[in-house]
Every structure is written in C-alpha cells, then in structure tokens.
Design a protein around this ligand. Structure first.
Ligand SMILES: *Cc1c(COP(=O)(O)O)cnc(C)c1O
Length: 398
C-alpha cells in the first residue's frame, strides 16, 4: 500500500516547523545561490552521469545487499539483510555525499573546499574527493578528536589536506563546525563548505539526503529482486541522520515499511551522558537549523557522550525531527554497552567488524528480531566498517 507524503523541504527549506536557514547575514545570499545551483545540477543529465560514473568506478557502487545467514538463524529466523555501505571506498557511506558536493563545487567554480569532522570519517571522505579533483582542502577538527582519531588525521594529511585543530569548548565536533562556519563567512567567494551530515542550514539537509538516497534506491531494487516484496522493517543509526535518511527516503510512501532510527544512548538517558536527541531533548536552533537538540533549561547546549564519535552530536537533522513529528519514523536508542555487544555479535557470527556507529543499529536488530513474525524481512544499514574502532573495541571486548 502506498501513500503520498508532502514533499519536503518547502521553498524556504522547512520540514514542517523544522529546518530553515539560521545563518549570518553574509551567508544568506550564497546559500540561496547554492540552492539554485543545486537544483540546476540535479536536473542536468550530464551532472548525474558524471556522478553515477564515479559512484560506480571510484566509490564502488552498487553495494551488496547481504543476507546475514548465521545472524538470522541466531536471532530466531527473521530474515536479516545488511546494506553494505562499509564496503565503499574510504569505509563508510560519507563518500556518497562528499563526491556529490565536490562535483557541485566544481560546477559553480569554487577552487577551495572546507569541511568539519568529528571521528574523521567525513574529513577523510572530503580529503579523498579533494585529491581526486585537485582542490585545496582544509578540514577543521576538535583537538580532542584529533588525538582520539590519529589514524584518520594521518589519512587526511597523506592525501594533501590541511587539518586544523580547534581548541575551544569541548574541542570536538560542535566547535569544529563553528570554526568551519567562521572560515566560510570570510571565504565564500572561492570556497565551498562540504557539510558532512543531513544537518545545518538549507539547502544542506536536502542536498546531503539526495546524495545518499542511492542507498535506499539500490536496497529497494535489490530486495525486490531477492524476495519479490518490500521489507517489513528498515533500521539505521542516526547521528546527524544522513545514512538513515538515505536508506529511508525512497521507502517513505510505502506505508507497510516500518522504519526505526537508532540514536546513541551512551551510558543511559542522563543529561550529558548520551546523545539521544529524541529522549530528553527539546526544540531549538543549532548551527543553522531548527530541530530537536540537547540543551539545558537556560538553552545552553549540553555536553554529549557516546562510545562512537560519529553519533556524538547535540542536534539531529531537521527531516528526522519532521518524520518523528508526523509519526512516520520511530526513534529509539542503544547504549554504549548494547552497541559493543552487537559489535561482537556481528564480528563473531558474520565475520564483519561494523563501525561503532553502525553497531547501534545492529543492537536494535538484536533486540527486535526475536519479537517479529518468522516470515518478516528486515534491512539494517551497515553504514561503515569498524577498522577505525578496533582499538576502542579491543579495550572493552578483549
Ligand atoms: C558519520 C557516521 C555516522 C553518523 O552520521 P549520519 O549522518 O547520522 O549517518 C554513522 N555511521 C558511520 C559509519 C559514520 O561514519
């Protein structure tokens, strides 16, 4: 059965009451110009053809939809499929968006790229496409994150990117975004900001979603080929929300496909010990967009915590806030311990080390699968590989 949900965002970048453009005056016109340029690119068959060619030959699409045989058996027989974004070049879904945005930057004549990164995965994806297109690349990264993710810092530098440490505040992702925004206000004439998730001011949440829709478009076609019908349940982890919206979006009008987004529950839903914005969060504005976020009663952004740096951010993408408000997608959370347990399950049952971010989605699969009818079909997004998390996982699991 299918329905027709309203098309979002509207012309002003709103998803119902969420989203919008909360940026300094100097960025207003450049962002509006970017939205217009993106719309033209989207409708240009040559742009799509170049993107498709690189997604195939450089990035490694389509990714397999893998039937997790042994995990299925262990969890009671519900058919579990994994969308293998972990097999992409650079090891996670983030390259889909970085590639789309650099093609757009090239099209509008920009010569310099800036980005922010938390765990370093988006920084690596951005440094990669900058090397591929010969563009100058500056990545802002919290000084604390640089220490925690030294391997990714080295990867970026080896590809010619300049990694700038950011020391203010918690010295993590939020501060890195502030610094990238500051750079962009001064450099927007020749610089494009490749934002790393379905977050920030319009048109970023929409563009980032569109560049990741390929995940869901492929999964839909693959499950129809393998099973002859649509899945009953889609599961994905939600940091800013880009891998989740990429998988969910092509299925939104299929009412019988249930969708669950999994946030980082950290050490439990206690202020400053988690990053689950739909649990104990509130409506507010952060870094360009109106959405659910974690703040105290004075409106100060709260500290967040997660074992996975990629989910450790105080705000969720505005389209997820909208989908939650209309009841189309459900949101839950997995704790650090549950994610680590799922990491171990997948490693020992399927021979796959998931990223700790993805392990949050896998933790929900472990919880829900035994409760579903035997003939149910489930697709979980394996958003990235766990190589970057080996040290941390070893500390807890070995
Ligand atoms: C960055 C990252 C995430 C979280 O970002 P989203 O925008 O919510 O997808 C999830 N998984 C992996 C592997 C990541 O690198």
């Amino acid at each position: 059965m299918s329905i027709q949900l309203p098309t979002v965002p509207d012309a002003t970048g709103h998803y119902g009451p969420f989203g919008g453009m909360f940026v300094p005056e100097t960025l207003m016109t450049p962002l509006q110009d970017l939205a217009v340029a993106y719309e033209a690119a989207r409708q240009d068959p040559r742009f799509q053809a170049e993107l498709d060619d690189l997604l195939h030959n450089y990035v490694g699409r389509p990714t397999p939809l893998y039937f997790a045989d042994r995990w299925t058996e262990r969890l009671g027989g519900v058919k579990i499929y994994l969308k293998r974004e972990d097999l992409l070049h650079t090891g996670a879904h983030k390259i889909n968006n970085a590639l789309g945005q650099i093609l757009l930057a090239k099209r509008i004549g920009k010569t310099r790229i800036i980005a922010e990164t938390g765990a370093g995965q988006h920084g690596v994806a951005t440094a990669t496409v900058c090397a591929r297109f010969g563009m100058e690349c500056v990545v802002y990264m919290g000084a604390v994150d640089m220490e925690r993710q030294a391997l990714n810092v080295a990867r970026m530098r080896l590809m010619g990117a300049k990694v700038v440490p950011v020391t203010g505040g918690q010295a993590t992702l939020k501060e890195a975004v502030n610094e990238a925004m500051r750079d962009w206000v001064a450099s927007v004439d020749d610089t494009h900001y490749i934002l790393g998730s379905a977050l920030g001011s319009h048109p970023f949440p929409m563009m980032v979603r569109d560049f990741h829709r390929v995940i869901g478009v492929e999964a839909r076609q693959q499950i129809l080929e393998k099973e002859g019908r649509l899945p009953d349940l889609l599961v994905a982890c939600v940091g800013g929300g880009s891998n989740a919206i990429g998988l969910f979006h092509p299925f939104l009008n299929d009412v019988n496909v249930r969708m669950v987004g999994v946030e980082a529950g950290g050490e439990g839903i206690v202020p400053e010990r988690h990053a689950a914005r739909f649990q104990g969060g509130k409506l507010g504005v952060l870094q360009g967009t109106k959405t659910w976020l974690l703040a105290n009663d004075d409106g100060q952004i709260e500290l967040t915590h997660s074992v996975s740096a990629g989910l450790d951010y105080a705000a969720v993408g505005p389209e997820h806030a909208y989908l939650q408000s209309i009841g189309r997608v459900e949101y839950t959370y997995a704790t650090d311990d549950e994610a680590l347990a799922a990491f171990k399950s997948l490693a020992t049952t399927e021979g796959i080390l998931p990223a700790l971010e993805s392990a949050h989605a896998m933790a929900y699969v472990e919880k829900i699968a035994p409760t579903l009818p035997k003939n149910a079909i489930l697709i979980a997004n394996l958003s990235g590989r766990g190589d970057k998390d080996v040290e941390q996982a070893s500390k807890y699991l070995l």
